[in-house]
Design a protein around this ligand. Structure first.
Ligand code: NAP
Ligand code: ZN
Ligand code: ZN
Length: 366
């Protein structure tokens, strides 16, 4: 990051600095090198030189404005909310971090901090909506926030997480979204020993769902559309892999699940999974397909089944998850790429061709 001042705005000199980034300029432009502004750290801020940033399917949805009806994209858009880096500067009031520490930033960089959800440490459900790491309202500089496909970021310490230096850092970055988004619902619905749990989709979120559900002691069944992932499912610790296109295999599991976590990013048949739940079982959606999905209500009411959703996780639980991962040596399976490969990586994501998270080596931005 350089302290250079945008030539036209003398006043910005004191409040912002520039950073290299990869940005989308429109839904169809793809991502390309760009220069963005970051604020000069305030008293409670931590400035981080980013080392790795994971590539979430949400980045693709947002960069291409696929969530237009819920969260329209403001361009230029710099995605990335699975950030691990090294602290380079801290404001005078910062107590948790010092220069040289490894630190992480996830999907949020601020929230109202006053509502019941914020006070409960569940800022992702903030009444006024949290400030997302990218495409959120930038309250300091104006415009929108820019994410981790960038050489640095400045964040209030309340939204910066501690990371154990014992963990592989590239494999740690995706914990900040794929990790917490699966950890949180598995904890909320108290998944554990004695339960039969399904995970639908073996992508970034799905492979972490499998790792956590197994670590919590559940019997895990993986549902995949990709027969070439069967061996990996077993390696990751699942009891059984079901190829979901095979009706006979699906039939075998009717009415047998306590809990199913659906991580699928595209249109698919939810009713087929509702039918696999026991009485009082829960299907929780974390996948966020672009289009609405039809539900056969009878599938729910005949067995008092529940259909639920879950969004990322709060700062308190994200720290708990990172500490759990350090203790149990859990990281994501990653393919490290250069920033220049991001458009190709998006195309591969769409083909379910990633094992199991792309992570950008931010040194490639230099
Ligand atoms: P990903 O790595 O692309 O994984 C998605 C997986 O879904 C694929 O690997 C594939 O698994 C399966 N899949 C893809 N297309 C399918 C189709 N047409 N029918 C059935 N299965 C299909 O994506 P991700 O990063 O894990 O994200 C998954 C979804 O979660 C995205 O929509 C993302 O935006 C959303 N998300 C939500 C939250 C939240 O807070 N709730 C947070 C992060 C991400 P198989 O090859 O095994 O079938
Ligand atoms: Zn994400
Ligand atoms: Zn709030």
């Amino acid at each position: 990051m350089s302290g250079a001042t945008p030539q036209s705005a003398q006043q910005e000199k004191s409040v912002s600095q520039t950073a290299k980034a990869f940005a989308a300029q429109s839904p169809t432009s793809g991502l390309a090198p760009s220069t963005i502004r970051r604020r000069i750290p305030g008293v409670q801020d931590v400035q981080i030189d980013i080392l790795y940033c994971g590539v979430c399917h949400s980045d693709l949805h947002q960069a291409r404005n696929e969530w237009q009806s819920v969260m329209p994209t403001v361009y230029p858009c710099v995605p990335g909310h699975e950030i691990v880096g090294r602290v380079v500067k801290t404001g005078n009031a910062v107590t948790k971090f010092k220069a040289g520490d490894i630190a992480a930033v996830g999907c949020m960089v601020d929230s109202c901090r006053k509502c019941a959800s914020c006070r409960a440490g569940e800022e992702q459900y903030c009444d006024t909506f949290p400030t997302l790491t990218y495409n959120g309202e930038d309250k300091q500089l104006g415009g929108v926030t820019y994410g981790g496909y960038s050489e640095s970021i400045v964040v209030d310490e309340a939204f910066v997480l501690r990371v154990s230096e014992k963990l592989n850092l590239a494999g740690t970055a995706p914990l900040l979204c794929a990790g917490i988004t699966t950890y949180s619902p598995l904890r909320h619905w108290k998944v554990g020993k004695g339960q039969k749990v399904g995970v639908v989709g073996l992508g970034g979120l799905g492979h972490m769902g499998v790792k956590f559900a197994s670590a919590f002691g559940a019997e895990v069944v993986l549902f995949t559309t990709s027969p070439n992932k069967i061996a990996d499912g077993r390696r990751l610790g699942v009891h059984e892999v079901v190829v979901s296109k095979n009706d006979a295999e699906m039939q075998k599991h009717q009415q047998s699940f306590d809990f199913i976590l659906d991580t699928v990013s595209a249109e698919h048949n939810l009713n087929a999974y509702i039918d696999l739940l026991k009485r009082d079982g829960t299907l929780t959606m974390v996948g966020a397909p672009e289009q609405p999905l039809p539900i056969t209500v009878f599938g729910l009411l005949m067995k008092r089944r529940q259909l639920a959703g879950s969004s990322i996780g709060g700062t308190r639980e994200t720290q708990e998850m990172l500490d759990f991962c350090a203790e149990h040596n859990i990281t994501c399976d990653v393919e490290v790429i250069r920033a220049q490969q991001i458009n190709e990586a998006y195309e591969r994501l769409l083909k379910s061709d990633v094992k199991y998270r792309f992570v950008i080596d931010i040194a490639s931005l230099q």
